[in-house]
Design a protein around this ligand. Sequence first.
Ligand SMILES: [Zn+2]
Length: 142
Amino acid sequence: MKCATCRKPLGTSDRRVKYCSEFCKANKPAPKRKLRAVGADERPVDPEAMVPDPDQDPHTEPRTLTVDDAAREGTDLEFLMAIRDRLADAVADETCPPRELAALTRRLEENRKQINAEKARLREEGEDDEHADDERWDADAV
Ligand SMILES: [Zn+2]
């Protein structure tokens, strides 16, 4: 065991002893993130997924993809979301003709229901493998 602050050997195997002196105890280093257990809802973060979306389920973290990328390599949810973004853009376009706008809006409503259904399905799946995450400890924490 070494002092948590200055790394000086403590000369004891008592795990409760973490510091060589009161000074080091008072000046302990800021806790490192990796020294604690990984939470069930923590996943490696894909920078492309860092788009704030209050509807987003933290367990699935769908990426924001273009429609063609999503069609090629996205999950069902990512594909639906890419379609949604594309439809929303078209609906928001002021030059969109009214007749097309009505059709697009219906497609968008349909798409929204599909997204909600897919999210609900993924949430159920996520609840099943939450157990595995509970046992995922960083080796350094032990
Ligand atoms: Zn020390």
